[in-house]
Design a protein around this ligand. Structure first.
Ligand code: PLP
Length: 438
């Protein structure tokens, strides 16, 4: 079955692999959302990817808008990245000692990013954020952090915390195994709510080490924030001697080379990166000013380390990918393509009076089953709208289009999505919406 054509897909081989996987892994997967719990059917086991396409174990072809959850901004199996990885691994996979490749990737980033002066490479977004929080606490000598309901920052203990009841509350853990004492240090408030933040600062005053926000929250729908609100975050943190952390694991190198910081033109104190930075290999990073990064070990007293940090093969993949992104016009072209794609889905849905809004920024898009023109906080999303997403997801798989297996997940357009494939994908989306609303 080729992408873009309509036929109920066979999942026979994927289903057999999933049965086997369930014997080995909790829920049959190594990361929960992959288990397809929020959509119909069992997970597709992927055999290969090339350009904007994915093929599953049953030989079905899909136009992929998940793109490994964001890293693959150049699409799958990009020749430059593949060649860089192959030529680097000929010399060995890991040394646990510095290599010139780390310098090269750092230079490429720092020379083209006015918001950070030094960085540290780690191996995932979770690690980047966890380390950034420790750095903020070490620098300010304070313990509390403020995070927002609807932002995901990886699975470290301090951040697996959701809002409790009451106006300004200590968070409640959102996972078993997170000590209550950790949750007590995390204050969780709603996005786009100035008063809640003012109340939190009034209550905890000099205890707040940092406020952390996703560059543009994109893990719970796409929750566009007003520039003015982000400027307010900058001001209130500075006024209280707290740090502002942008978690740019999704938005970094996605909205533009300098990510959300440049998008808003707001200078946060610490920025975290992941996903795109490693070209599909496990890389994360956090960066800040020389002064703040001076607190990181071995220069300073904030300990952070990693056996595979700065891994040469991963660095080579990152260099190859970011070099492409740094070419003139790259983002302009990609973002235009994504904007046109999103707008035409919106036009179709509006013409048919479907309760659908397509939100788009850069090459990120989110198809929401709502008639609200603004969705800026997690509480603006209606849980029932996810039933419609489930139907659309099933219909799209049967038409050869792969979106993330949850209605809260955004989609990504990559440079590898050609006009022809985007046209095919649009047609599949139109037909699927017709089924959803029939
Ligand atoms: N921060 C944000 C904004 C993310 O979207 C994610 C992952 O989706 C993370 C942190 C965690 O990154 P990782 O899954 O690489 O640990």
């Amino acid at each position: 079955r080729v992408a873009g054509s309509k036929a109920d897909i066979s999942r026979e081989k994927s289903a057999i692999l999933f049965e086997k996987a369930k014997k080995y892994f909790p829920g049959g997967v190594n990361s929960p959302v992959r288990a397809f719990k929020s959509v119909y059917g069992t997970p597709l086991f992927i055999e290969k990817g090339d350009g904007c396409f994915l093929w599953d174990a049953d030989g079905n072809q899909f136009i992929d808008f998940c793109c490994s959850w964001g890293p693959l901004i150049l699409g799958h199996n990009h020749p430059k990245i593949r060649e860089a990885v192959i030529s680097t691994l000929q010399h060995g996979l890991s040394f646990g000692a510095p290599t010139a490749l780390e310098n090269e990737l750092a230079e490429l980033i720092l020379k083209n990013n006015k918001y950070i002066q030094k960085l540290r490479f780690v191996s995932s977004g979770t690690e980047a954020v966890m380390s950034a929080i420790r750095l903020a606490r070490g620098y300010t000598k304070r313990d509390k952090i403020i995070k927002f309901e609807g932002c995901y920052h990886g699975h470290s203990d301090s951040l697996l915390v959701k809002a409790g009841s009451g106006l300004v509350t200590f968070g409640e853990t959102s996972s078993l195994g997170v000590p209550k004492a950790f949750a007590d240090e995390t204050v969780v408030i709603g996005l786009n709510d100035k008063e809640a933040l003012e109340r939190a600062f009034a209550e905890f005053k000099e205890e707040i080490a940092a406020v952390i926000i996703e560059g543009i929250p994109a893990n719970n729908g796409l929750l566009m924030q007003n520039k003015e609100y982000i400027e307010f975050l900058r001001k209130i943190t500075s006024d209280h001697g707290s740090l502002l952390i942008f978690d740019e694991v999704i938005t970094g190198f996605r909205l533009g080379f300098e990510g959300a910081a440049a998008y808003y033109d707001v200078h946060p104190d610490i920025i975290t990166y992941g996903k795109i930075i490693g070209g599909g290999m496990p890389v994360g990073a956090y960066g800040s000013s020389e002064e703040i990064m001076g607190y990181i070990s071995p220069d300073g007293g904030v300990y952070q380390a990693g056996t595979l940090s700065g891994n040469p093969v991963a660095m080579a993949a990152g260099i190859a990918q970011l070099s492409e992104l740094n070419k003139p016009g790259f983002y302009k072209e990609l973002n235009k393509k994504a904007a046109e794609f999103s707008a035409s889905i919106q036009r179709y849905a509006s013409a048919k009076n479907y309760k659908v809004r397509v939100f788009n920024v850069g090459s990120i898009f989110w198809i929401a089953f709502t008639d609200k023109d603004n969705i800026q906080a997690a509480s603006d999303i209606e849980a029932e709208s996810m039933d419609k997403y489930k139907v659309m997801h099933r219909e799209l798989l049967n038409r050869g289009v792969y979106l993330g297996p949850s209605g809260y997940e955004v989609g990504f357009v990559s440079a590898a999505h050609s006009k022809i494939e985007l046209e095919k994908a649009k047609r599949a989306i139109f037909e699927s919406l017709d089924v959803v609303f029939k």
